[in-house]
Design a protein around this ligand. Structure first.
Ligand SMILES: Cc1cc2nc3c(=O)[nH]c(=O)nc-3n(C[C@H](O)[C@H](O)[C@H](O)COP(=O)(O)OP(=O)(O)OC[C@H]3O[C@@H](n4cnc5c(N)ncnc54)[C@H](O)[C@@H]3O)c2cc1C
Length: 282
């Protein structure tokens, strides 16, 4: 029996590997970074919406998934990025190849950009890094879960936080919206970024409306988009689709923005593996 190749060791790729092993296939996991868990490694708040689990830290889920891999003897190759697939052979960035009977692609997401001049002045630091710094004036652009999760963390660790929304409303879950209200964070609505600039030791965000915000750090958290390699998948209406035969895109990359979650990543992996088994046995 050939290997079932899986690229991406986030929740979807891990679930696909576990399902593949359970149905008697031979999974082989590839992860381009040097740790498993994907987005789980950037959570700053506990997981509350995975039925039967938690509230508990995301790290605990990543550890449990790692134990599952070990229990099922599933190999995982780190520092291995998939860049091509021809229906039976996977190419990696280092030029090596792996043969497989099918390929599950679980690349997850990457941050979306504002696309404004000076955007590279926005802070590349993670929320966790910023939270440890002395109090600063921080602008968080975005009103989704990631933006608010970070804004809450920074406001609760003593930073002077401003949250900028394009519209009147935040998309983030109610729990985050309510918790933000208990902090000193200021919320700007209908604030459309035009340009980011630096003045000596601080940064200035200019809005379309003509006013500006001045402070120390700008964090852009305006959502995510599929992190696909152009050889492997194409993106249409924010969802990724396979570019070759005999492969499936799974997890957040394959799902509409409103569907993306741990539960749906696990489910999309299960569906892809079971549907492959059905076709294989037909
Ligand atoms: C801060 C934060 C908080 C969240 N909180 C919750 C929550 O409370 N509840 C919830 O349900 N969801 C939450 N989510 C969303 C949830 O984590 C995602 O839905 C889930 O991680 C998606 O899993 P995935 O495997 O599709 O992608 P990811 O987790 O993004 O994993 C993708 C993996 O693929 C690897 N990769 C990419 N391309 C390649 C390649 N070509 N070759 C090899 N490896 C590759 C990446 O390095 C990464 O490890 C949160 C997300 C964030 C960022």
């Amino acid at each position: 029996m050939g290997k079932v190749l899986i690229a991406g060791a986030g929740p979807a790729g891990l679930a696909a590997a576990i399902w593949a092993a359970r149905v008697g296939l031979e999974p082989w996991l590839l992860e381009r970074s040097h740790g498993l868990g994907g987005q789980l490694s950037s959570y700053t708040l506990p997981i509350v919406d995975l039925p039967g689990f938690g509230p508990a830290p995301a790290l605990e889920l990543a550890q449990k998934l790692q134990l599952d891999l070990e229990r099922l003897h599933i190999p995982i190759q780190y520092g291995a990025e998939a860049v091509s697939w021809n229906g039976g052979r996977l190419g990696l960035t280092d030029g090596s190849t792996l043969d497989g009977e099918t390929f599950f692609y679980a690349p997850g997401l990457q941050p979306r950009n504002l696309g404004i001049p000076g955007e590279d002045l926005a802070s590349p630091a993670s929320m966790s890094e910023l939270a440890t710094l002395p109090p600063r004036r921080v602008l968080v652009v975005g009103g989704g879960d990631r933006a608010l999760e970070g804004a809450i963390r920074l406001a609760e660790t003593g930073h002077q936080v401003t949250v900028a929304l394009r519209s009147e409303h935040m998309r983030a879950r109610r729990e985050y919206r309510e918790r933000l209200e208990t902090t000193q964070a200021v919320v700007l609505t209908r604030a459309v970024p035009r340009e980011l600039d630096r003045r000596r030791d601080h940064v200035i965000m200019f809005w379309e409306q003509g006013t500006a915000w001045e402070g120390d750090q700008v964090l852009v958290r305006i959502g995510m988009e599929p992190a696909v390699h152009p050889n492997l998948a194409h993106v249409h209406q924010d969802r990724a689709f396979p570019k070759a035969l005999n492969m499936a895109v799974i997890g957040d990359a394959a799902l509409a923005a409103w569907e993306r979650s741990l539960v749906t990543s696990f489910a999309s992996a299960m569906r892809a593996v079971k549907s492959y088994v059905q076709r294989r046995e037909a």
